[in-house]
Write a protein that binds this ligand. Structure first.
Ligand code: ZN
Length: 212
């Protein structure tokens, strides 16, 4: 069975200190904060449902969009920003830095900005793969590279939704960045987990905040 690390190992942020592994822990008024993030959308089948859930809980989140999806579904993309959530660059075509030449990788980053007309300063590498020379290039381009504390494994049918939820809830702390996906692959587990995480956050005094 493959090993699944819901929680990142403690030494990872030490190895990659320029990447963001957690957010600000408290608001200026001292409220505890966590950061929900949604990768790989926007798509009409899932993203509007996520937006509705967030709205019902007065929660804000960050959407790491695929540029191609924003082109295919501009109306859904628009809803995300209209509702005050943050947008991040997740490349134009969801390329893995382990699989394409440097030039193609960087083009997919800049294509996102060109096609969306936005140059958000948040970037998350697809599959979490990022070579150090591209990381330095992204920093030079003004991007902050956002990683995470928790993977929900919402896309992975090999781990139960109950187990994933228990791991998230058991380890949430102020500043946590949690990864979900607004994708078809993640749909069934994510739709089960998200309302429960939102309820937990509210009941335990956490504000769900967009990354800033
Ligand atoms: Zn992705």
């Amino acid at each position: 069975m493959p090993m699944r690390l819901h929680v990142i190992p403690f030494w990872l942020p030490w190895l990659f200190p320029k990447r963001m592994w957690s957010g600000r822990q408290y608001s200026s008024s001292g409220r505890k904060r966590i950061y929900l993030t949604f990768d790989d959308g926007p798509i009409p089948e899932i993203t509007p449902w996520v937006l509705q859930q967030l709205g019902q809980h007065q929660a804000q989140a960050t959407f790491f969009c695929i540029g191609e999806n924003t082109q295919r579904h501009p109306e859904v993309f628009q809803q995300i920003s209209e509702q005050g959530h943050a947008i991040g660059n997740h490349t134009h075509t969801h390329v893995s830095d382990a699989r394409v030449p440097q030039k193609a990788y960087r083009k997919s980053v800049t294509d996102f900005a060109q096609h969306t007309g936005l140059k958000p300063d948040l970037f998350r590498p697809p599959y979490g793969r990022l070579k150090s020379n591209n990381a330095r290039w992204l920093n030079r381009m003004g991007y902050r590279i956002v990683m995470w504390n928790f993977l929900s494994y919402d896309w992975d049918s090999g781990v139960s939704k109950e187990e994933s939820l228990a791991k998230i809830i058991g380890q949430i702390k102020p500043g946590s960045i949690i990864v979900f996906h607004d994708s078809l692959k993640a749909e069934s587990k994510m739709k089960w987990m998200l309302p429960r995480v939102l309820d937990y956050a509210r009941a335990n005094g956490y504000d769900c905040t967009a990354l800033e």
